[in-house]
Design a protein around this ligand. Structure first.
Ligand code: MF3
Ligand code: CO
Length: 254
């Protein structure tokens, strides 16, 4: 069932999502060669707690860390560790916060130092694919319109789509209906209505689409070792333009 959020719920989701945005902004300057991913995890968790929220990932279905940190060929659900980021890595921080019972969710891929042209290309176009999807997230459209827009953009730029993973509804649960796949057919799937909140999150690779599950039973990694990028926003559906709750307030515009 897809829930329609009340005004009160939307206020709390705005707050949770803004904390996620602020956490990204706080952490970004520390994403440099030499820092460990565990240090970034701990800083993010302390920041989220300082804002009166909690890190939604911690304990979610047994996930052991506050945030997911995925490096290079890791697509999602990477474990923070003693690994020291090095020049040329790309790293995704997937941050979820819970404020007064409501969640916000945003993942973002960052460059560590100077990265390759291929990684620049992958990151730039995965971010644009997210905004192509967001444009379709309005009342009267269907989930398939979002999926189609992401797929079309990814294919036009020769990027692989990790199909096993989807965006999702979000609210008092981190994952709610509907699934929001990154491929699909226009005009199909659940109807979008004012007051729904969804997380849109293309996960694209520079190579093939196949993935495998790490021995830790969580981390998803590309089979061919190609790098992956992941950009995610929590978005409120309105009768007009969608509102990016995890954004900087400019709603995707410069
Ligand atoms: N943004 C991630 C997702 O939608 C959050 C995962 S939390 C975890 O899958 F605990 F499952 F890692
Ligand atoms: Co998500």
């Amino acid at each position: 069932m897809i829930t329609i959020k009340s005004d009160r719920e939307i206020e709390l989701m705005k707050e949770a999502s803004h904390i996620v945005y602020e956490t990204h902004k706080y952490i970004k300057p520390y994403i440099k060669p030499g820092i460990t991913t565990k240090e970034l995890n701990d800083m993010a968790e302390n920041f989220i707690i300082s804002k009166g929220a909690s890190a939604s990932c911690k304990g979610y279905e047994g996930f052991p860390y506050a945030i997911c940190i995925s490096v290079n060929d890791e697509v999602v659900h990477g474990f923070p560790s003693d690994y020291k980021l090095k020049d040329g890595d790309i790293v995704t921080l997937d941050i979820c916060a819970c404020y007064k019972g409501y969640h916000g969710d945003s993942g973002w891929t960052y460059a560590v130092g100077k990265i390759s042209d291929d990684d620049e290309y992958l990151m730039e176009h995965t971010e644009v694919a997210l905004y192509e999807g967001i444009k379709e997230a309005k009342a009267g459209n269907r989930v398939g319109d979002i999926s189609y827009a992401v797929e079309k953009y990814a294919k036009a730029h020769n990027l692989g789509i990790v199909r096993e993973l989807c965006g999702h509804g979000i609210g008092s649960n981190l994952h709610e209906d509907p699934d929001v796949p990154n491929y699909g057919t226009k005009g199909t799937g659940p109807l979008l209505k004012k007051g729904m909140v969804i997380a849109i999150e293309p996960m694209l690779t520079f190579g093939e689409e196949e993935i495998y599950l790490d021995d830790n039973d969580w981390t998803i990694i590309t089979l061919d070792g190609s790098h992956a990028a992941h950009f995610e926003h929590t978005v409120l559906i309105t009768d007009d333009e969608p509102i990016i709750l995890t954004g900087d307030g400019k709603n995707g515009k410069e």
